[in-house]
Design a protein around this ligand. Structure first.
Ligand SMILES: [Zn+2]
Length: 305
């Protein structure tokens, strides 16, 4: 059942606009994404966490096109890609080494538990790109995968590249049994340098910022994953005494941008020898990494006319 308290991102500001925030809670959409794949639980957990981070980060940027979060690493999970379009369509996939993941799992005592992403990612980079189509400049941000979890990596990015005071928290809840489902949540706070000046001089902006962060850290997983609580209610509990203004709610859905035509164009650019090697009984089949849709072509279709 679709729960309207989830699969959206709510924008807010507090303390007379000095700090902006986003709260995202995902349910159905993470399960749709993960069900498209059949990844080991640890890979699913990392992908779910990256999806939440991608929604949070993309929601702080004004863009018309495609936001992509990408991880490249030498770890057991070598690649993660999450796409978020400006109209709220998300797709995500990962590449990983199954044997290495199994081996790492055997070495750890915390079997069954979800562990922070860097255990599986190792040395690498976390990158964000915003593509707004031809004739526009591609925006890119990049940071080393360092820190004890994905949150720390993202915070390092804000500190180094954007130089915006930021705090954020990510939460992932794995299914308890076969029938259970995934849930994720995230909350982000940013200090807006130009708006900070609006606060009366006698109020110490740093004191307010620290208070806002402490309130955010007091959030409990049970509240975030409570199906009967809306994000507005959660924000009210946290920030009702901080001039809370809830400004916008954006909905998200799963959406893959693959199509038979796109794939056909790609395959037509292949060398005829490669096509020959891929063909089985004159048919070539290709599967979309994001949505696992399988496309089958006749060899004749792939020859340039
Ligand atoms: Zn697809």
């Amino acid at each position: 059942m679709v729960n309207s308290n989830f699969d959206n991102c709510v924008s807010f500001h507090i303390d007379k606009g000095a700090f902006l925030g986003r709260i995202v809670r995902l349910d159905e959409i993470v399960n749709v994404i993960l069900n498209k794949h059949n990844y080991p639980k640890q890979v699913s957990a990392v992908l779910a966490e990256c999806t939440t981070l991608a929604v949070l980060l993309s929601s702080t940027i004004k863009y018309n096109g495609l936001f992509t979060l990408q991880i490249q690493s030498k770890g057991q999970i070598s690649m993660v890609v999450v796409d978020v379009t400006s109209d709220g369509r998300i797709r995500a996939c990962a590449n990983f080494d199954e044997e290495r993941i199994k081996h790492a799992q055997e070495l750890r005592k915390t079997e069954g538990q979800i562990e922070a992403a860097p255990h599986f990612l190792g040395e690498g980079v976390l990158a964000f790109t915003v593509d707004q189509g031809p004739d526009t400049e591609l925006y890119q941000g990049i940071v080393d995968l360092q820190g004890k979890n994905l949150t720390e990596c993202a915070l390092r990015y804000f500190k180094q590249s954007e130089q915006i005071d930021t705090d954020l928290q990510l939460y992932t809840q794995a299914p308890e049994d076969e029938k259970g489902s995934w849930k994720t949540a995230g909350i982000l706070l940013q200090k807006l340098p130009e708006k900070g000046g609006k606060i009366e001089e006698e109020t110490d902006i740093n004191e307010l910022w620290n208070e806002a962060k402490i309130f955010m850290q007091s959030l409990k997983e049970e509240e975030l994953f409570d199906e009967n609580l809306s994000s507005r209610e959660i924000l009210h509990r946290l920030y009702h005494s901080n001039h809370l203004v809830v400004s916008d709610t954006k909905e998200y859905k799963f959406g893959c941008r693959c199509s038979r035509d796109k794939l056909l164009n790609t395959l037509r650019s292949f060398d005829p020898k490669e096509i020959e090697a891929m063909a089985e009984k004159n048919k070539i089949s290709a599967t979309c990494n994001f949505c696992s849709e399988q496309y089958v072509f006749d060899k004749g279709e792939l020859v340039k006319h």
